[in-house]
Design a protein around this ligand. Structure first.
Ligand SMILES: *[C@@H]1O[C@H](CO)[C@@H](O)[C@H](O)[C@H]1NC(C)=O
Ligand SMILES: *[C@@H]1O[C@H](CO)[C@@H](O)[C@H](O)[C@H]1NC(C)=O
Length: 190
């Protein structure tokens, strides 16, 4: 028994020498709790944002492109995937002031209706929010009047963000697929 323990000990000593050859690995700390005061966080607040999301598939400068066509001929387009870099504007017109861009993708993830899975970073350029982002992940049944999706995090002024968005279609061109959608975002952040 003692011999076995000694053997295991010497193997593990040998292994640790091989795995961490004299780099002083013990000096590095992977995780520890810190005082939240050291982060200088302000009071958490709730903000509301309204802007319009433009999914432009037509014309010479589309911002939404099919990157994976539906693998089967279905009425719901199951499996289709679009990559987007869509303008977010203050008013419903595409020519209105741009406050940010929606970058990410959406995919037809519902077999029996048109239900998209949305994965987007909203990257803002407006005022003090310039450079800050928050991230949307959620289910978007596009023919429902109001669709709710989660805000799951963010960066800059939106660190620790959580909340939700409500999306409602402002206009939709069935011929081209171009759509303008009003987004109301309710975000808790510091
Ligand atoms: C897809 O299915 C529809 C309805 O069954 C049919 O009219 C159409 O030709 C099909 N398209 C392709 C590309 O198979
Ligand atoms: C946003 O910030 C970038 C980088 O600091 C700057 O170049 C740009 O002019 C700013 N945009 C606006 C609209 O303020």
């Amino acid at each position: 028994m003692a011999k076995l323990i000694l053997q295991i000990f010497s193997i593990s000593v040998l292994y640790s020498l091989v795995a961490f050859p004299a780099t002083g690995e013990e000096d590095h700390i992977f995780g520890k709790s810190i005082n939240d005061k050291s982060m200088r966080l302000k009071r958490e607040k709730l903000s509301h944002f309204r802007f319009y999301w433009h999914d432009v598939l037509s014309g010479s400068k589309p911002t939404s492109m099919i990157i994976i066509p539906p693998p089967r001929n279905t009425t719901t387009g199951f499996g289709q995937m679009n990559m987007i870099d869509n303008a977010l504007t203050l008013g419903p017109e595409l020519s209105s002031k741009i406050v940010g861009r929606a970058q990410g993708f959406y995919a037809a993830a519902s077999l029996n209706d048109v239900g998209l899975m949305m994965v987007m970073n909203f990257a803002f350029i407006e005022g003090k929010y310039n450079g800050s982002t928050f991230t949307i992940l959620g289910r978007n049944p596009v023919f429902e009047k109001v669709r709710e999706m989660a805000v799951i995090g963010g960066s800059g002024l939106f660190r620790f963000a959580r909340g939700y968005v409500q999306a409602s279609t402002h206009s939709l061109d069935f011929k081209t697929g171009d759509a303008t959608v009003q987004y109301d975002a309710y975000v808790l952040h510091y």
